[in-house]
Design a protein around this ligand. Structure first.
Ligand code: MN
Ligand code: MN
Ligand code: MN
Length: 272
């Protein structure tokens, strides 16, 4: 068994269509795959070949905890659940409003309304800063993506607009309403001290969170041990995933991560 329970498709910011993602997963020997796009389950509207491997319905929801952007993965969710669907809509409206604000701010610097073009670039998926960056390159306003972030979209620049995400308890609540397990995504990526991480885990657990990604991508053994320890301490199940976005690039490939430590109780224990 090789489970990759955190991956992205073109439904959010991944490079592969859902079907292509499954093909690649099969090539790489994945037996259990969750497509966990940012704030959308649109990947699952595609006709996926579910007989070749186990597809576990998933999502990655954005939230804010003490001004820190935190991601919660929902696994084994009922895709038809209306409470989750309402939550997803709310998140998408938040993104839309943010896109409009970024567009307005860019227009104030003398750029023509970028919203129609970025909407086209996003192609039905959610609009994010990468789309604005690409547009600024396309119209020749900046040399390359790097410059787009450096001048307009990076932290502290005019296009750096705060998102108004739903709260941690709300996001966890939607996942639970849909019968899923709420998983704290990539816990080591929030730049937190152990004290802060414990506080986050306390709030997450109180909200109904039941698992953490003990393994996220190609992480070092010390981090894995530390997270496995926290999972035990907070009685949380353990998940693992690559957070795959694209075949070539900074991220890791599907299934490319160390195994879960044996002391961990895997999140899929109750499923199969
Ligand atoms: Mn992403
Ligand atoms: Mn994430
Ligand atoms: Mn992700």
């Amino acid at each position: 068994m090789l489970a990759d329970l955190h991956t992205h498709s073109t439904a959010s910011d991944g490079a592969l269509e859902p079907g292509e993602l499954i093909d690649r997963a099969l090539e790489r020997g994945i037996t259990h795959l969750a497509i966990t796009d940012h704030d959308t389950v649109a990947a699952y509207s595609a006709d996926l070949p579910r007989d070749l491997l186990h597809v576990i319905p998933g999502i990655e929801l954005s939230t804010v905890w003490r001004k820190i952007g935190v991601h919660i993965v929902g696994l084994n969710i009922d895709l038809e659940n209306t409470e989750l669907a309402g939550g997803v809509l709310q998140q998408q409206e938040a993104r839309r409003r943010r896109a409009e604000t970024i567009a307005k701010r860019l227009m104030k610097t003398g750029i023509d309304d970028p919203l129609p073009a970025v909407t086209e670039l996003a192609g039905g998926s959610t609009i994010g800063r990468p789309h604005f960056a690409k547009h600024l390159v396309d119209i020749g306003h900046v040399r390359d993506l790097r410059q787009a972030y450096k001048k307009y979209l990076g932290d502290g620049k005019t296009g750096d607009v705060r998102q108004h995400w739903a709260s941690l308890p709300d996001v966890v609540g939607w996942i639970r309403a849909a019968g899923g397990v709420a998983v704290l995504a990539h816990p080591a990526h929030y730049g937190q001290t152990m004290t802060k991480l414990r506080e986050l885990l306390t709030d997450f657990h109180d909200a109904g969170g039941r698992a953490i990604e003990v393994v996220s991508g190609r992480q070092d053994a010390t981090t894995t041990r530390r997270l496995a320890g926290l999972a035990t301490e907070f009685s949380l199940l353990a998940s693992c995933g690559s957070d795959f976005h694209r075949p070539a690039g900074h991220g890791v490939d599907l299934g490319c991560f160390p195994p879960l430590p044996s002391e961990c109780r895997p999140v899929w224990d109750d499923w199969f």
